[in-house]
Write a protein of this length. Structure first.
Length: 229
């Protein structure tokens, strides 16, 4: 069967991604309810539940990223910048991933002044933080720190873990990772590309948002930083 010439395949794909995202969201909700009603009886079951929860959360995050990038490239992504209490956005993402972190034995900590406010798109920035938290849940040993503070007239949002840290290639040139990605090995680095694009959407006069990856402090592992002007 041939595809009609007037069908925009990218639009069909975007619509399918949207449906898949909704389905995965329902799957995660059902999985949370299942775990709550039928807690794992042994370590083997715990491991299986952890794997299911992480993979479902990861797929959901990547579908959100793909849909957002599609809308961005087709100028269908509205940037809704408003003043927000930063702690509210960060708490929302930690609450959203509470079951995932708890099931994987990760202890999250939030450090942010209750009165800290900033202008940004809460949905887009929240999506970036959500993606990083999901990734950290896999690579951290036991601790996760989400923090925010003002630094050189930028809002700096940090997600740090106590894992082994980022590999040197990611630290040296995170913006080139998508172009050099080994798709056959499953290393697309879509999350970093997504985070960088969302950061760049936030501008104030001649200043533009950006991301920075580090290893070491505050927990000794990887440290993702999002800077918003």
């Amino acid at each position: 069967m041939t595809t009609p010439n007037n069908v925009d395949f990218s639009l069909v794909l975007a619509s399918s991604v949207h449906d898949m995202k909704n389905s995965i969201g329902m799957l995660i909700s059902s999985l949370d309810s299942c775990i709550e009603e039928f807690p794992p009886a042994n370590q083997r079951q715990t491991k299986h539940f952890n794997t299911l929860h992480y993979e479902a959360s990861r797929i959901n995050s990547e579908l959100v990223q793909l849909l957002t990038i599609y809308r961005m490239q087709n100028n269908h992504l509205p940037l809704r910048v408003d003043q927000h209490y930063v702690i509210d956005v960060l708490e929302d993402q930690l609450a959203r991933n509470h079951s995932l972190l708890e099931n994987r034995g990760v202890h999250p900590r939030l450090e942010c002044d209750d009165s800290l406010q900033w202008f940004f798109d809460a949905d887009l920035v929240g999506s970036v933080v959500q993606n990083v938290i999901v990734n950290c849940s896999r690579y951290t040993r036991a601790e996760l720190l989400v923090s925010a503070k003002l630094e050189n007239d930028f809002l700096r949002i940090t997600v740090a873990d106590d894992g082994t840290g980022y590999p040197p290639s990611m630290l040296e040139a995170p913006s080139m990772l998508v172009q050099n990605a080994e798709v056959s090995e499953g290393a697309t680095h879509l999350g970093l590309y997504f985070a960088e694009e969302i950061a760049r959407l936030h501008k104030q006069k001649n200043r533009v948002g950006y991301i920075r990856l580090e290893n070491g402090a505050p927990l000794g592992g990887g440290c993702f930083n999002l800077f918003l002007p």
